[in-house]
Design a protein around this ligand. Sequence first.
Ligand SMILES: C[S@@+](CC[C@H](N)C(=O)[O-])C[C@H]1O[C@@H](n2cnc3c(N)ncnc32)[C@H](O)[C@@H]1O
Length: 316
Amino acid sequence: MVKRKDIHFRICEKLLERFDAALTYEDLNKTEVLTHAIQNFCIQAESQKLNDVKRQYSVNDHLRVRIDTHRRYEEKQVDLDQNVISHLQLTGTEKILDIGCATGEFLIALQQQGHQGPLTGLDQSSTMIQEAKRNSKNTKKPIEWIVGNATKLPFPDHFYDWIVARHMLYHVTDVEKTVQGFRNIIRPNGSFLATTNSNNSLPRIEEMCNRMLLAFELPEKSPTTSPFCLENGKEILSSVFPDVEETVIHNALLFHEAAPIVNYIASMFPSLNIPDDLNLHTEMKKWLQIEIEQVLSHHNGIWRDPKAVAIYRCRK
Ligand SMILES: C[S@@+](CC[C@H](N)C(=O)[O-])C[C@H]1O[C@@H](n2cnc3c(N)ncnc32)[C@H](O)[C@@H]1O
């Protein structure tokens, strides 16, 4: 079991004394009150997280900008989808579920490469699923597309041969519980594949984001560890699956001009909690363009940002 010990309580003693006095006055049991409060807190945190994810993926343009930037500006050209497909080692008839499928390209490519088995894509964003339906209009066999939540999957136990969750588990609050839910609907001897980033990926872009937030007097991004990343992924998955194989791909983004870096950072505005204000966005992009050009000129016109991706193959 992975125990999360990264919650820091800072409770002022005076507040605690008043809390104790109020409980005594009301004749209430401290454990019961605290249990109830913690349960409410968890429910609120989960719904807040889901709302943040909904806001980030309510349009598909931002995700498209990030995927295209990674493809175009990678130092070493790596086709992650093809890498994942070769890790699956499919016979061609497996029943597969892609969770967090976004606009469906992965399953469509799988079928175009000859996969015959039933395919289902699930995503919490109806915009993404609509786009997936449009993209798959001409596939040989129909692919099933579902709007749904990874934490409440609408499938019976042992329903799929493979579940794939590429770059999505870092969006859920309780990764271990969510992956246990995935395991239940995988058939015995079936498998699970997940991908994610290193928590230390793209440090220069991260630093530039924080400088921008500071310059516009907005709260900085706190340097927390992602709930599911290269640094904790194997440990979390090993608590659910007996056999976990990890492959790490080290790479970097390499830029020689400011515009693609500006666009990449702008695609993250919703996840940086920047208000939906077009004038503010324009000002921020202008600021980024000037700052990034200056950084480039100090580094001989080269911006190199290291990154690493992990692929986990787990057997049930
Ligand atoms: C970073 S994108 C990855 C998309 C795609 N899997 C890929 O690797 O290109 C994350 C996707 O996961 C979806 N997602 C996030 N949390 C989810 C949840 N709890 N249930 C279902 N989908 C979720 C988002 O809507 C988004 O489409």
